[in-house]
Design a protein around this ligand. Structure first.
Ligand SMILES: Cc1cc2nc3c(=O)[nH]c(=O)nc-3n(C[C@H](O)[C@H](O)[C@H](O)COP(=O)(O)O)c2cc1C
Length: 329
């Protein structure tokens, strides 16, 4: 039977299926179940600085309103109560880490440069095996050029790497002008891996209500083509490990990701739609495909269909796009 083990961020995983940051990590029993069903690793949902700021402000507002009602209430809140900051999340990460033996990664989304460092250090102290930087900035300020945004990301990664000794992955947005440049800069900054790509929920408009409508929509398998192309383009051109993310829905999708050059995949939607036992289904399908093809290990075919290794090196670039357009009647 084929050996599915892989190395990601310098850590050996028993297979390349990583449960992506999602609400699956809201429950310890689900984390335990994911391990029992064979997951190679799991990323805990992000620690969001903005969420903490929001909760702290809501609490402060409540305390102030209570204090204005009557002096008795004010005294009942004395000495002043303070919001615990990231403490609750850190305790959660620590509890999750202790519950299982598979590698557990934390994810951080901060806003202020100082907080990135402070929270990264605190997350490392929970005992996690690695840290995922979930950097997301919606660039709406016409005075800030893209280069500034990349520079800010790279500086944060360099500072986080100086602060922690665990491996660090960067979950990339698919919207950079030059993904290849960003990855090269992250490599120089000391990152260990990139996750390609994060999937952002886009707001919609309800025409009946003529209002904003935010609904949770899972990814579709078609969405895998974008990260697949970029992993295939970057294989052999970066030393960073690549975890392919978005649209991985089957065991054969994992095989595709490895053929393109990925070290691992991250999966959320397929597991949330089909339930955690689907982890075993996906792994069995990957195993079956490898057995059928006669592959013993992932290294036997990793990067086989990357840009570097195919006969037509322009196949992943624009030439293929133009040829396809021309062939349509
Ligand atoms: C319910 C839900 C919660 C998520 N929470 C996070 C999160 O906290 N941090 C993060 O980086 N990504 C989060 N994601 C994004 C996933 O980690 C993943 O990048 C995305 O869903 C694409 O993978 P998929 O196609 O397998 O769903 C979340 C996704 C879902 C569906």
């Amino acid at each position: 039977m084929a050996n599915l083990s892989t190395k990601y961020m310098g850590i050996t995983l028993k297979n390349p299926l990583i449960v992506a940051a999602s609400s699956i990590s809201n429950y310890v029993d689900k984390i335990e179940k994911a391990e029992a069903l064979g997951a190679g690793a799991l990323v805990i949902r992000s620690l969001f600085e903005e969420q903490i700021q929001h909760d702290a402000m809501t609490m402060q507002d409540f305390l102030e309103r209570a204090a204005n009602i009557s002096p008795e209430i004010q005294s009942s809140f004395y000495p002043p109560v303070e919001h615990g900051g990231p403490r609750e999340h850190l305790m959660w990460v620590e509890k999750s880490r202790r519950a299982v033996s598979m590698p557990i990664f934390a994810s951080l989304n901060a806003v202020n440069p100082g907080t990135w460092i402070e929270y990264a250090k605190q997350l490392e102290e929970t005992g996690i095996d690695g840290l995922e930087i979930n950097y997301y900035m919606l660039a709406t300020d016409p005075d800030i050029p893209g280069s500034e945004i990349v520079k800010a990301l790279v500086e944060i990664v360099a500072q986080v790497k100086d602060t922690v000794s665990i491996p660090v992955a960067v979950k990339l947005s698919p919207f950079y002008t030059s993904t290849a440049y960003v990855i090269a800069q992250l490599e120089k900054a000391g990152a260990d891996a990139v996750v390609m790509f994060n999937r952002f929920l886009q707001p919609d408009i309800d025409v009946e209500a003529e209002a904003l409508s935010n609904t949770m929509a899972y990814s579709t398998p078609a969405e895998m083509k974008l990260p697949l192309r970029w992993v295939a383009l970057m294989y052999g051109r970066t030393k960073l490990d690549m975890a392919l993310n978005t649209g991985v829905h089957t065991g054969k999708d994992i095989a595709k990701a490895v053929l393109a050059g990925a070290s691992a995949v991250q999966v959320a939607s397929a597991l949330m739609q089909n339930g955690l036992p689907y982890i075993s289904t996906m792994l069995m399908e990957l195993q079956g495909w490898m057995d059928e093809k006669g592959y013993d290990t992932l290294d036997d075919f990793r990067g086989k269909v990357s840009q570097k290794n195919i006969d037509d090196p322009f196949g992943f670039e624009r030439a293929q796009y133009m040829a396809l357009l021309m062939s349509q009647q």
